[in-house]
Ligand binder design. Structure first.
Ligand SMILES: [Zn+2]
Length: 454
């Protein structure tokens, strides 16, 4: 480090030094940048070390807190220039060159003003002498680096975020439903918000139940469940909105819920707790992926296959799938059947069930279910779980099951059956249909009912 008075004044013993400090607001992101106090302390120590040369620190402070070095619009710098013009200062001391300016153009203008008044300039942490051409070259190089550094700050912040994500750290942004941000530690981290986490799990379950986005969106709207609410520092509310399909999709595919942090396609174990278990998450992804191709459960069930997924062939212990044929006559009449998967795969001769006309077996099962629905407790359970029925009931004032059933479209009917019935076994040998109700829907004393096939 060296310094030299541009105009040595032998008769004047004291060199009046002004310390200029600056810190921009965005530099607060990086702790490496020194606070105004630290800059001042360091400059004061330097001035003290030059005491023998007659250096004294001016009591006046020139601090620009929260001002960018890329602009000249700085109150403390204005004051400094005015005091230099008034002849009150002999030397300006800064911690680092870029504190004075980050722009080469601005810097040379400031230097011109200093020169005009015989004021020298010292950077505590960088060695140069502004009175020589070599010193000016050094300055230019330093400033070029300062400018370069500013340009790559954005890049460094991005790198830092990537590094933090690899370590599984939450790097900010709006937290998602189920988590809060704990800012008490050295770095913010996600903590589970229990009541919200409960909802998140319910949303995943609802999707597995409906196997389609839209019914879940409707269900969530009925429950008035909204996405994460957040208040900004300025008091603005972000989020707190009803779910739409894409918002729901984003929640259902968010690997944060698995306890992971993802970055550019890579996933890292996060510091936060998972809300959704791996099995549930993967099942949801599977259905989402499948629906992406087929357009959702409603589309696939447009033929009103009420027993899809619950009807089984007892002899083969395999599922019975829904199929249909269309007559080529004038009316294009459609005939629906349930066929045993065993029969389809291994040949009809291996299975006694063959093809069952769908309307017949559906009628039997619906009758079973309607009998169950006459029990108030069961009806209450179904109403609570199926808002669509609740509405139909209220709107049409239907008091009987048959009237209500007719109001429902096939997929709603299918939904009610799924809610009540765990499985239906078709026993071809005895011509029996065995309906197994869900214990949750019939409560204590659940029984299996057998009934002769129609
Ligand atoms: Zn079979």
């Amino acid at each position: 480090m060296s310094t030299k008075q541009s105009k040595p004044k032998p008769e004047q013993a004291t060199v009046r030094c002004a310390i200029y400090t600056r810190k921009s607001s965005e530099e607060g992101l990086d702790q490496e940048f020194n606070s105004l106090d630290a800059q001042r302390e360091s400059a004061e120590a330097y001035i003290t070390s030059q005491k023998a040369q007659g250096w004294v620190c001016s009591p006046k402070q020139y601090n620009d807190g929260g001002f960018s070095g890329g602009s000249m619009e700085r109150p403390a710098l204005d004051q400094l220039i005015r005091d230099i013009e008034a002849g009150e200062i002999d030397c300006v001391v800064v911690y680092k060159v870029d504190r004075l300016s980050r722009s080469l153009m601005d810097f040379s203008r400031i230097m011109d003003a200093f020169d005009a008044h015989g004021v020298s300039f010292v950077s505590v942490t960088q060695s140069f002498n502004t009175t020589s051409s070599m010193g000016r070259l050094t300055l230019n190089i330093l400033l070029s680096f300062a400018q370069f550094e500013r340009e790559i700050i954005g890049e460094r912040i991005r790198d830092k975020i990537a590094a933090q994500k690899r370590k599984g750290k939450w790097t900010g942004g709006v937290p998602v439903l189920g988590y809060d941000v704990d800012r008490s530690g050295p770095s913010p981290r996600l903590v589970v918000n229990e009541s919200e986490a409960e909802r998140v799990r319910a949303i995943f379950d609802l999707y597995l139940e409906h196997r389609s986005l839209l019914p879940v969106v409707k269900e969530l709207a009925d429950r008035n469940w909204k996405n994460k609410r957040r208040e900004t520092k300025k008091g603005r509310i972000i989020g707190d909105k009803l779910f739409d399909k894409s918002m729901l999709y984003n929640h259902l595919t968010n690997t944060l819920y698995l306890g992971l942090i993802s970055h550019k396609g890579e996933r890292y174990p996060g510091e936060h707790e998972a809300i959704i278990n791996k099995d549930t998450f993967e099942r949801v992804q599977k259905v989402l992926k499948h629906n992406g191709r087929s357009g959702g459960a409603e589309v696939r069930n447009k033929y009103g296959a009420l027993l899809r997924g619950i009807l089984r062939c007892k002899a083969c212990d395999r599922a019975m799938t829904h199929t249909f044929t269309t007559s080529r006559g004038k009316h294009n009449t459609q005939y629906r059947y349930y066929r045993c998967v065993g029969a389809i795969k291994s040949g009809a001769c291996t299975c006694p069930s063959g093809s069952l006309p769908a309307p017949d077996i559906e009628k039997v099962v619906v009758e079973e279910a309607s009998a169950l629905l006459t029990k108030p407790a069961v009806a209450k359970h179904v109403l609570a779980a199926c808002p669509v029925i609740d509405k139909a009931w209220a709107k049409l004032e239907v008091k009987d099951f048959e009237g209500l059933w007719g109001c429902l479209i096939p997929r709603e009917q299918a939904r009610v059956l799924r809610l009540l019935i765990e499985r239906v076994d078709f026993d071809a040998d005895g011509g029996q249909i065995q309906v197994t109700f869900r214990s949750s829907s019939v409560g204590v004393g659940a029984t299996n009912n057998g009934k002769e096939a129609a």
